[in-house]
Design a protein around this ligand. Structure first.
Ligand code: IVH
Length: 684
């Protein structure tokens, strides 16, 4: 049966509805109804139709989340209504004053109803929906003009590209909704751990990471970061009748927009203060950074009467949380050298207890950060724990007397006295000496770490000694240590037993996987997940070494920057030699096992075949589906995933329509069966 284009268009529309709905279940409600494999299949079917008929692609199609090409720079968006900021209250007294002022201005003694919300520490954006379709997304900018970040915001999975039709009422003709884009704490920690592994400078906090991710010119970079959003306030709205902030928030939920579940309707200011107290205690357990509570007059009519003053509404106030902070003194600012040679300034502190741990140092990330904070030796600084573990230097509390000189990056590497390079306009400084002991040390530590070659017993101290004594100059030398056992035994805190244990675990690591080996090389921008991708594409490290820029860029999730860095690594003769020597010493490097359910888009799904197929018999089709891990049943039920309809289909087709089961053509089945070669992950 040939499908007409109209039928395909209808099918595509149905698939989009399905995908949008399941997206909403997964990203907004955090309560998925279908498996990842099923979601993948829906996506593939839609992609197949859109490939066949490119003019059927709509900008709000779920396939278009990561579609946009990198931009030169962001366009400017003029906000239809300015994005305001908030006045702060410093304590409960000021909150009560705020309440008294509201009542005075309204000329009433009666309690005012408030909505209390979390104040998210993220990046403010304005989303504009026209007739339910996401048209644009802009940053706050200066409040009047923002940057057009539509392509990047579209990669945020909890941002619907199309609004859901609410059960009551209808979709507003124009809805500008404002919210906060955040990077969940766990994702932030993972991102920084990966950056550390790749030897890249770390983000100072989740907010900076979210801002950095959203303001990427290449939407693929944003897409790789699991950003999230909470919507919290209206911009210009037409075609909706919300009378209060609370109704508005409920309305957003009904439209499929993500709203924070902790929002609370408070009958008076005391209830809002209780909310603040409660959230102060819970904030550490939230998976995102919250810096306080926002309290808003609930009624829009009253809000309007109150108006605004100097770019802040009189009807809302922010009440910040108290940070877990402590003061301590900067003993000195040292500079650490990472695996790729990046120089990181670190404040060495007089140890101080804070929230159950002792803090003795805090990273200052880069020179700009030190300059901005103007931290110097001898200063008393305020430190706090951002997230769970990373100590963060907030600011200088009191200048030291005496005070050290202004910090500057050393002209020579503090480890090897080699030259330090710095790219104009970049925050980073790095040691260019590939033999720098710090770099060698860090690269060996990385190579030996759990997610790489997993060599037990090769800790920081030991690696330091091995490098210092010249026993190890590059990775391959680890495998020569067995011939230098005596020297090994003679090392500090070593002895025969530890030496033999170490040699045994080095020996064990000679059998490894391609993924671990690629990760272990320590190529800039290549961490665990990129290494996995590469291991799926290339049969051996030698093949990866030969791959062209184009070939590398053609791999999913690998952009020009990562591809370039891989090329740079393998074109360097020293690395070529080092990798060759290393490879000769490894016994076996296994290519990844490709689990069948990851190979096939059909795995785990149930099919019913009906009618006459053109390019294969029903028996052959069934065999292929079986081989790809799918199931065949003879009757259609609500549990059937797809009915494959050939020419002259029988009653099974009617049954499928009645039950709302997806109907696909033979061509689509073939696309599904053939689509298995790569990965099926769609980034969830
Ligand atoms: S309401 C006019 N609600 O805080 C009211 N803002 O300091 C302003 N923010 O630019 C927006 N969480 O980006 C509102 N629950 C929340 C918020 C929130 C964070 C941000 C917002 C604003 C900034 C003002």
């Amino acid at each position: 049966m040939r499908h007409t284009k109209e039928e395909k268009a209808a099918e595509a529309a149905r698939l989009r509805d399905f995908i949008n709905y399941h997206n909403y279940r997964y990203y907004v409600l955090d309560d998925p109804e279908v498996s990842d494999a099923e979601y993948d299949t829906l996506m593939r079917l839609l992609q197949a139709i859109e490939r066949e008929y490119p003019d059927l692609v709509t900008p709000d199609s779920p396939t278009q989340r990561v579609g946009a090409a990198p931009a030169e720079k962001f366009g400017i968006v003029v906000h239809r209504r300015p994005m305001l900021s908030l006045a702060n209250a410093l304590d409960a007294g000021e909150m009560r004053e705020f309440d008294a002022r509201v009542k005075r201005m309204l000329g009433s003694e009666a309690d005012v109803e408030y909505v209390a919300e979390i104040k998210f520490d993220g990046l403010a954006v304005a989303l504009t929906y026209e007739n339910g379709r996401l048209r644009s997304a802009a940053t706050r900018g200066d409040g009047l003009n923002g940057e057009d970040v539509t392509a990047n915001v579209k990669t945020v999975r909890s941002v619907p590209l199309r609004l859901l039709a609410p059960e009551a009422g209808s979709i507003p003709t124009l809805l500008e909704v404002r919210g906060e884009v955040i990077l969940p704490r766990r994702a932030f920690e993972k991102l920084n751990a990966e950056r550390e592994q790749r030897g890249e400078p770390l983000f100072a906090n989740p907010r900076n990471a979210a801002a950095g991710s959203l303001r990427q010119l290449d939407p693929r970079v944003s897409a790789a970061r699991p950003l999230d959003i909470y919507c919290h306030s209206p911009g210009v709205v037409e075609g909706a009748r919300w009378a209060t902030q609370w109704e508005f928030l409920e309305g957003l939920k009904a439209l499929g927009l993500k709203v924070n579940p902790h929002n609370r309707l408070c009958p008076n200011i005391e209830a809002a203060l209780e909310y603040w107290q409660e959230m102060s205690e819970r904030r550490g357990r939230l998976d995102y950074e919250a810096d306080g509570v926002v309290v808003k007059v609930n009624s829009f009519a009253l809000q309007q009467r109150l108006g605004e003053v100097s770019r802040a509404p009189r009807w809302a106030v922010a009440y910040k949380f108290k940070a877990q902070q402590a003061e301590t003194r900067v003993l000195r600012i040292s500079v650490q050298v990472g695996r790729i040679g990046f120089l990181t300034p670190v404040a060495q502190l007089e140890p101080v207890a804070l929230g159950g741990v002792t803090i003795a140092s805090a990273s200052l990330h880069n020179l700009d950060e030190v300059r901005r904070k103007d931290v110097r030796q001898g200063d008393t600084v305020l430190v706090e724990r951002a997230g769970d573990v990373i100590p963060y230097l907030v600011r200088v509390a009191r200048k030291g007397e005496p005070r050290g000189p202004e910090f500057s990056m050393p002209a020579r590497c503090p480890e090897c006295a080699g030259a330090v390079a710095h790219e104009e306009g970049e925050a980073g400084y790095f040691c260019v000496n590939v033999n720098c002991p710090a770099r060698v040390r860090e690269s060996i530590r990385h190579f030996a770490s759990k997610t790489c070659l997993d060599i037990e017993g090769l800790g920081e101290q030991l690696v330091g000694q091995l490098v210092e004594k010249g026993l190890v100059k590059e990775l391959a030398d680890l495998y020569e240590l067995k011939d230098r056992r005596a020297e090994l035994v003679a090392l500090e805190r070593m002895g025969a037993k530890s030496a033999d244990n170490l040699l045994a675990s080095i020996e064990r690591s000679r059998t490894t996987t391609l993924e671990r080996l690629i990760n272990g090389l320590g190529i800039r921008h290549v961490g665990e997940s990129t290494a996995r991708q590469l291991a799926l594409e290339f049969a051996a490290v030698e093949e990866l070494a030969e791959a062209s820029q184009e070939r590398l860029e053609s791999i999913r999730d690998i952009g020009p920057e990562v591809a370039r860095s891989i090329r740079e690594y393998f074109t360097e003769p020293r690395n070529q030699r080092a990798v060759k020597r290393l490879r000769q010493r490894l016994r076996e490097v296994r290519a990844p096992a490709r689990a069948p359910q990851h190979q096939s888009a059909v795995a785990g799904l149930s099919f019913v075949l009906t009618g006459v197929l053109e390019t294969m018999t029903r028996g052959e089709a069934a065999e292929k589906i079986h081989a790809a891990g799918g199931r065949i049943s003879s009757a259609v039920s609500a549990r059937t995933d797809f009915v494959v309809a050939g020419r002259e289909p029988g009653s099974k087709l009617d049954e499928a329509k009645k039950l709302g089961v997806s109907i696909i053509s033979e061509e689509e089945l073939r696309a599904l069966l053939g689509a298995g070669a790569g990965r099926t992950s769609h980034g969830r």
